[in-house]
Design a protein around this ligand. Structure first.
Ligand SMILES: Cc1cc2nc3c(=O)[nH]c(=O)nc-3n(C[C@H](O)[C@H](O)[C@H](O)COP(=O)(O)O)c2cc1C
Length: 209
């Protein structure tokens, strides 16, 4: 893989990292990625702690940035949800490769209220709503045929009726304690600006690349 060498040409204006609106730049970068037509501009890597204390990570979609929080949805009996119920500490990483930008957040999660979950679920495409009933996410299944048989059964069960939000489906609000904005620059002299929350205020620091 040594032949793969990216030249970075991003930019990060330190003035755009506002300690009074710490996630404003994250929102702007997601919009920029969306405008540029990048695929999955809201995709983020969520890291949790497993029962053995070892880190686990996987991709999820950001479904809203609000103040210093980020929300996402998932199956509440999945491995990630079990891990977050046992230990609420988590980390999120966004990466927009074509823009030479990344954002990393450290914090903890709280469960979303049921009415918020149901309101969001109602906006999902029907196929995703049915999928939420089909999948016992993160549990083993014999083979693909067994999964498709479950799908046919759920599809027939709801027929043309509205699909309600399953009790095992929900989401989390991630509360940021530390935020780092990264922009790749030439000669590996990347920009890194970190915001840290302490005693009610956010402090800003430039980090070496
Ligand atoms: C781009 C992308 C977006 C994803 N978005 C979600 C999501 O929003 N929620 C979710 O539960 N799983 C999502 N997944 C699937 C997860 O990465 C993962 O496979 C699944 O949630 C099970 O993870 P767990 O076993 O650690 O709980 C996404 C996967 C990819 C590649």
């Amino acid at each position: 893989m040594d032949h793969l060498r990216e030249e970075y040409d991003g930019e990060l204006d330190p003035a755009a990292v506002d300690p009074h609106a710490p996630l404003q730049l994250l929102t702007a970068w997601i919009h920029d990625a969306e405008k540029a037509g990048l695929s999955d501009p809201t995709a983020m890597c969520l890291a949790t702690l497993g029962p053995d204390g070892a880190p686990r990570s996987r991709m999820v979609l950001c479904k809203g940035v609000d103040g210093t929080t980020v929300r996402f949805f998932t199956n509440l009996t999945s491995d990630k949800a079990n891990q977050l119920h046992a230990d609420a500490r988590a980390s999120l990483t966004f990466w927009w490769p074509d823009m030479d930008r990344s954002t990393r957040l450290t914090g903890h999660v709280t469960p979303l209220e049921r009415d918020e979950v149901e309101a969001y679920f109602a906006t999902r495409p029907r196929s995703s709503q049915i999928g939420a009933w089909v999948s016992d996410q993160s549990s083993p299944i014999e083979d693909r045929n067994a999964l498709e048989a479950k799908h046919s059964e759920v599809h027939a069960r709801f027929h043309e009726a509205d699909v309600p939000c399953p009790p095992h489906w929900g989401g989390f609000r991630f509360h940021a304690h530390e935020i780092e904005y990264w922009a790749g620059r030439p000669a590996r002299l990347h920009d890194r600006i970190r915001l840290t929350h302490n005693d009610g205020t956010w402090t800003k620091a430039r980090l070496q690349p």
